[in-house]
Design a protein. Structure first.
Length: 150
């Protein structure tokens, strides 16, 4: 008697592997997207931390990344970053995806007189163009009761 696998047994194994792969691939892609988004969120936080130090020293917000004491790439494979002053005491880190489908500001309030009563030190997100919903969702950013995305 010969030993080995029959063609049916091999086909069943290949079918099982295919089903498992089909179930795992979307989860893998979503994990990759979440990690890309986490990179943008962490970089924007670093920009605003440095902007806060800049504001303490110069009493104004930085207008470019070169003004900051941290080295942040303005462009990566996935993201474009910037530093802006949105108003007196409103420092912002700009985040845009490489396909330029959206642009979001992560805002740090340094002067409450210019911020519609939002307390100094508050960080919030603002969508400035395109559809930020997917980015906000992947980053875990939610609309709060106070009307701010945090």
């Amino acid at each position: 008697m010969k030993q080995g696998f029959t063609l049916i047994e091999l086909m069943v194994v290949v079918l099982i592997i295919g089903i498992l792969s089909a179930a795992a691939l979307p989860q893998y892609r979503q994990s990759v997207e979440r990690s890309r988004t986490a990179e943008a969120v962490l970089t924007s936080k670093s920009i605003l931390d440095a902007a806060s130090l800049y504001y303490t020293t110069y009493r104004s917000c930085p207008t470019s990344l070169s003004d900051l004491d941290v080295k942040v790439l303005a462009e990566t494979e996935d993201w474009h970053f910037g530093a802006n002053q949105l108003g007196n005491g409103l420092c912002a880190a700009t985040v845009a995806d490489s396909e330029e489908t959206f642009q979001a500001y992560r805002v740090l309030v340094k002067n409450s007189a210019e911020s519609d009563g939002i307390p100094v030190g508050t960080m919030y997100w603002s969508c400035q163009g395109g559809d930020c919903d997917e980015f906000f969702s992947l980053a875990g950013i939610k609309l709060q009761d106070n009307g701010l995305y945090q």
